[in-house]
Ligand binder design. Structure first.
Ligand code: UGA
Length: 464
C-alpha cells in the first residue's frame, strides 16, 4: 500500500524529495514553517530555481498526491514515514549547526502517535542519526525499533540537476537498523528498484560518512586539478590535455577535473569543513581535507589577484565586467561563490564593477548587503565598507552586453551557456579595453585573440 510521507523542510533537498516521492506514487505532504512558502508551493510555483522542477511540482499537485502545509504536527501524526530535510548550515567553528534537525526530532517525538520511520536526508555529521533517535525516544517515551525507527538516506543531488539526479541516481544509500525500516524504504523507492538502481544497505554511521566521503573526495579532485592547472600555467603546459589524458585512465575518470576559480555552493565548502571538525572531535587527523579547504580559499584569492594583474596591476578607476555571480551554471545560488571574493577585491581596490548573471543577481545583491540567507558569504568586518563601495561602484546589468559596455576588462566567473557563445565581435565593440580573463575556460583562446583580446584562462597556454 502506498505510504504517507511527511517531508520536513522545503529547501533544495526537501522540495525535490517531496516532488520526486510523490511522482513515485506516494502521498506526500511537504512542511515548512513559513506560510508564504507553503502558499507559493501549493500555487504551483517553485521557491527555488531548479531545471524541470516546476513541471513536476504542478503535475503532482494536480494528482492530489502532493500538498504543502505549515501545520507540521498534524503532518507528522498522519505520516508513516517522516523525512528530515531541514537545513544544516555551518556554525562558526566549522561544525554543522544541527539546531533545526534537533527541533524537528523533538517535534516528531511530540507527535509520535503511531509507529513511524524517520529518515534523515539532510547532510548530517556522523552520529547525528543516533542523536535523532535519542531525542525522539526521550520526547515520546517510545523504544527505537518498536515505537519508531530511524534511517539515514543521504542525498546526492546537484543543484541545477537535482530533478535528474533524483530520478536517475547512481545509487541509493540507506542506513537502517531493522527490517521494518528497510521494508518501508524499499516500498517508497520501488520505482528506482525497477530501473535497477543499486541500493546500498548499511548501518547509520556508514551512510552518514558515505555522503561526507563522497563530497570531500570530489572537492579534493577539483582542488587537485586547480593546483595542477596553476602549475601547468606556470610551466607552459595545457591543463585540458592533461585532464583529458588523466581521465582516460579508468581508475581516475574524466569527471570533476575541470579547473576554475575554486568550488563554491552550499555543499562542498560546508561538508569539507565539517569532515575536518568531525576528525578533530574524534581525534583523527584529517590534514588532507584541511588542506583542501585552505587551497580552495587560495584558488579564489589567486583568481582575484590574477585578474588585477591582467588589468595592468591595478584596477582603481577602471571598469571591470563580471560575467557570472552564481557558484556554477543553472542555479541562482551564490553561496560561497568565487564571484563574492572577486567582486569584493575589485571594490576594495577601487574598481567600477558591472555585473551580470542570468539567475543570481537578486541573491548576490542580498549577499553583498550582508542580508538574507546568503549574507554569510561576506567577510563580516568588511561588510559595511563593501556595502558602501557596492552602493556606489557596483552596477547590476540586464545582460552580458550591458555589463561589457565601457569595460576595460571582463572576467567570466560562471560557465553559463550564454557566456560560452559570447559574441566577441560585439563585445569588442562595446568594451573600452581588451582583457578577457576566462576563469572557467569556456571560450576559444584563438578566437578571442582574433578579435584583438588579450586572453587568459586557467592552466592554458595562450596560442602563439
Ligand atoms: C554537490 C555534489 O556534486 C552532489 O552530489 C551533492 O549531493 C551536493 O553537493 C550536496 O551535498 O548536496 P553541488 O554543490 O550542487 O553538488 O554542485 P557541483 O556540481 O558538485 O559543483 C560544486 C562546485 O564545484 C561548483 O562551484 C563547481 O563550479 C565546482 N566544480 C565542479 C569545478 O570547479 N570543477 C569541476 O570539474 C566540477
Amino acid at each position: 500500500m502506498a505510504k504517507k510521507i511527511a517531508v520536513l523542510g522545503t529547501g533544495y533537498v526537501g522540495l525535490v524529495t517531496s516532488v520526486g516521492l510523490a511522482d513515485f506514487g506516494n502521498t506526500v505532504v511537504g512542511v515548512d514553517l513559513r506560510q508564504d512558502i507553503v502558499d507559493t508551493l501549493n500555487g504551483g510555483t517553485p521557491t527555488i530555481y531548479e531545471l524541470g522542477l516546476e513541471d513536476y511540482l504542478q503535475r503532482n499537485l494536480a494528482t492530489g498526491r502532493l500538498t504543502f502545509t505549515s501545520a507540521g504536527g498534524a503532518a507528522i501524526r498522519e505520516a508513516d514515514i517522516v523525512f528530515l530535510a531541514v537545513g544544516t548550515p555551518p556554525a562558526a567553528d566549522g561544525h554543522a549547526d544541527l539546531s533545526q534537525v534537533e527541533a524537528a526530532a523533538r517535534s516528531i517525538g511530540e507527535n509520535l502517535t503511531a509507529y513511524k520511520v524517520v529518515v534523515t536526508k539532510s547532510t548530517v555529521p556522523v552520529g547525528t542519526n543516533r542523536r535523532v533517535q535519542q531525542i525522539i525516544a526521550e520526547t515520546s517515551g517510545a523504544t527505537p525499533g518498536e515505537g519508531f525507527s530511524v534511517a539515514s538516506n543521504p542525498e546526492f543531488l546537484r543543484e541545477g540537476k537535482a530533478v535528474q539526479d533524483f530520478f536517475h541516481p547512481d545509487r541509493i544509500v540507506l542506513g537502517v537498523e531493522d527490517d521494518n525500516a528497510r521494508r518501508y524504504l524499499e516500498d517508497i523507492y520501488r520505482a528506482l528498484n525497477l530501473i535497477q538502481t543499486p541500493f546500498v544497505w548499511c548501518n547509520l554511521e556508514t551512510a552518514e560518512l558515505i555522503k561526507y566521503a563522497s563530497n570531500a573526495f570530489l572537492a579534493t579532485k577539483i582542488t587537485f586539478i586547480n593546483q595542477m592547472a596553476n602549475l601547468a600555467e606556470a610551466a607552459g603546459a595545457d591543463i585540458h590535455t592533461i585532464a583529458r589524458s588523466m581521465g582516460m585512465d579508468g581508475r581516475i575518470s574524466p569527471k570533476f577535473l575541470h579547473p576554475g576559480p575554486g568550488y563554491g555552493g552550499s555543499c562542498f565548502p560546508k561538508d569539507t569543513k565539517a569532515v575536518v571538525a568531525t576528525g578533530d572531535a574524534l581525534g583523527v587527523d584529517m590534514s588532507l581535507i584541511r588542506e583542501v579547504v585552505h587551497a580552495n580559499n587560495e584558488q579564489k584569492r589567486i583568481t582575484a589577484t590574477k585578474l588585477v594583474r591582467l588589468m595592468g596591476g591595478g584596477v582603481a578607476g577602471k571598469t571591470v565586467a563580471v560575467l557570472g555571480l552564481a557558484f556554477k551554471a543553472e542555479t541562482d545560488d551564490v553561496r560561497e561563490s568565487p564571484a563574492i571574493e572577486i567582486v569584493q577585491e575589485l571594490l576594495r581596490q577601487g574598481a567600477q564593477v558591472r555585473a551580470f548573471d542570468p539567475e543570481g543577481i537578486e541573491n548576490f545583491r542580498t549577499a553583498v548587503l550582508g542580508e538574507g540567507p546568503f549574507g554569510g558569504g561576506l567577510d563580516p568586518q568588511l561588510r559595511g565598507e563593501i556595502a558602501d563601495a557596492a552602493a556606489q561602484r557596483l552596477l547590476y546589468c540586464q545582460d552580458e552586453f550591458a555589463a561589457l559596455e565601457g569595460a576595460d576588462g571582463m572576467i567570466i566567473v560562471t560557465e553559463w551557456n550564454a557566456f560560452r557563445n559570447l559574441d566577441l565581435e560585439r563585445a569588442a565593440q562595446l568594451m573600452t579595453g581588451r582583457v578577457i580573463f576566462d576563469a572557467r575556460n569556456v571560450l576559444d583562446p584563438a578566437q578571442a585573440q582574433r578579435h584583438g583580446f588579450t586572453y587568459a584562462g586557467v592552466g592554458r597556454v595562450a596560442p602563439g
